[in-house]
Design a protein around this ligand. Sequence first.
Ligand code: URA
Length: 236
Amino acid sequence: MKERLQKIIAAAGICSRRAAEELLRQGRVRVNGQSAALGDQADPESDIVTVDGQPLRRDTRRVYLMLNKPRGYVTTLSDERGRRTAAELVSGCGARVYPVGRLDMDSEGLLLFTNDGELLHRLISPKKEVAKVYYARHEGQANADDISAFAAGLTLRDGTVCLPALLEPLGPGESRITVREGKYHQVRRMMASRNMTVTYLERRQEGTLTLGDLPRGRPRELTEGEIALLEGKTQP
Ligand code: URA
């Protein structure tokens, strides 16, 4: 059955659907040797689709992993400065998987990896507003004004406006923070805008997934139930 090329490319785990559209615009995609354009379709079973001359993999095994990223690892596939990468920690999974969003080098916790370009695209899309829950230790104490400012939608020190977020003080210098977007250094900058300096940050939940007691530095495959929830096939 014919499908749009960007969908076929994303499903092969090359990149997101939007990035595949860009590949098509750049003329880097061919179908059975003929140059393809945005809007073209192909049959993934019978047509040979290439990107930069490389045929798409026929292996359609989808891999979904959760990693408990430790501090000191960057969220990239490779690092030109030779720093340790989160990708190293999932390299044993036997597939080329990509991180879903990112965690700062100094942050820890739940980081998803997949070769399912469609799902990746959906989870990082700002429109989906997937909830991410963080545990933070910080200098300074969160008070009722801070909670209200988070709930109203903070303006960061550089003028960036954030969506409403939930700030829940847990004890002296400890809070739980729930955000629905993924701006650069978002939680650290939100806290800084209220004069609190984050000294430790861990992501404990993303959408329907929770980190649980996964040991730091270890990946695990998602269960079928977790994948179904992510794909929106089941209600949490
Ligand atoms: N917010 C941050 O400041 N850092 C992260 O790694 C994630 C969210």
